[in-house]
Design a protein around this ligand. Structure first.
Ligand SMILES: NC(=O)c1ccc[n+]([C@@H]2O[C@H](COP(=O)([O-])OP(=O)(O)OC[C@H]3O[C@@H](n4cnc5c(N)ncnc54)[C@H](OP(=O)(O)O)[C@@H]3O)[C@@H](O)[C@H]2O)c1
Length: 327
């Protein structure tokens, strides 16, 4: 038997309950993992609170991320006892996920745990931190170097934002964070932000296709008007990594920043990122993320806390990274 947070659907209503399930009910897969930790991402909030039609079949065990130890494996690369991480691949959406003490998954979806890391640290990174790393790498591939100038991180106090700030600061970049929470200012400075912008400065629409050139790079978790305003404020030939839609999925803008300033808009997907760049990103995280800063952004939680926290993340009230202890 194993313990899980299970979602049930009746009519349009989805309810969550903690249950003991038989291991025979685990889905198909060639690796069984004793889950030690999971986390909470914005997408988990959408799934647990039934705010987006991401889950097709119920009962369902959510949790898009997990970390733990292999207990059984038919996959050539993994043996019992191996420490592993899983993010994305539709786990927690179409396949049962990490809000459980056991998971059965495809070995091809797993990534080996970086040397010396714990499951707790891996889940403090989770999809949010992995995505932040992919965004940093995309900006670097488009020429961003430390010393170039001001790099903006929107949604600064959120999961992606917090890890992005910590990573960029450790790499020597000058980081400006935008946030809607004045109470997060000290937190954002402690992560390495050297300047702060009130979120409202970017969410207010502008009818000017170009504004003063300011940023040499941006990691954007917010989308909507914020992304439109950021595009108009990028310096010549600089890039924005579009990661999220916490402020809206519509992008109402003009092509002028692309045509007159050569600005690049880089799409970031963490879910189906192929194995090779996926492993490269986790290796970069192991090298470039300050673990002391990572510890400082952890909000510990249990399975029982998740329905409440899922509501809070959708309201933008979660700061940093939730780590769910399942060990
Ligand atoms: N592309 C991918 O593969 C990928 C992977 C992970 C996440 N994402 C997306 O990235 C976004 C962030 O994910 P997350 O896990 O970091 O979520 P999160 O922890 O909730 O962070 C989002 C942050 O955005 C800001 N925000 C929230 N509502 C806003 C609004 N209405 N207007 C402006 N800013 C707002 C808040 O920051 P402040 O309080 O500091 O303003 C909030 O903390 C989500 O949209 C998520 O779906 C995409």
């Amino acid at each position: 038997m194993f313990k899980a947070l299970v979602l049930h659907k009746a009519g349009d209503e989805v309810t969550a309950a903690i249950e003991q399930l038989d291991e025979a009910r685990l889905p198909e897969g060639d690796v069984t993992v004793a889950v030690e930790a999971s986390t909470l991402n914005y997408k988990d909030g959408l799934i647990v609170r039934n705010k987006a039609p991401l889950v097709r079949s119920f009962p369902h065990v959510p949790g898009i991320d997990l970390a733990g130890r292999v207990v059984e494996s038919g996959h050539p690369e993994y043996r019992p006892g191996d420490a592993v991480i899983l993010t994305g691949w539709g786990v927690g959406e179409r396949h049962w996920g990490g809000y459980a003490t056991r998971a059965r998954v495809k070995g091809d979806w797993l990534v080996p745990m970086p040397q010396g890391w714990t499951s707790r640290q891996a889940m403090a990174v989770g999809t949010a931190g992995f995505t932040a790393m992919l965004a940093v790498m995309a900006l670097e591939n488009h020429g961003l170097k430390p010393g170039d100038g001001e790099v903006l991180v929107t949604g600064g106090a959120g999961g992606v934002g917090s890890v992005a700030i910590a990573l960029l600061a450790k790499l020597g970049h000058q980081v400006t964070a935008s946030t809607g929470r004045a109470a997060s200012h000290d937190y954002l400075r402690s992560l390495g932000a050297s300047a702060l912008i009130d979120r409202a400065e970017l969410t207010a629409p502008s009818d000017r296709p170009l504004e003063s050139e300011r940023f040499v790079g941006c990691i954007d978790s917010v989308g909507g008007t914020t992304l439109a305003r950021v595009l108009a404020q990028m310096k010549y030939r600089r890039s924005v990594a579009a990661v999220g839609l916490a402020g809206g999925s519509q992008l109402n803008t003009t092509v002028i920043p692309f045509l007159l300033r050569g600005v690049n808009l880089l799409g970031i997907d963490s879910v189906y990122q192929p194995a090779e760049p996926r492993r490269a990103a986790w290796q970069r995280l192991a090298r470039d993320l300050d673990l002391a800063r990572l510890e400082a952004i952890i909000q510990p939680a249990t399975l029982e806390d998740l329905p409440r926290l899922a509501g809070e993340i959708l309201k933008g009230q979660v700061q940093g990274r939730v780590v769910v202890d399942l060990g």
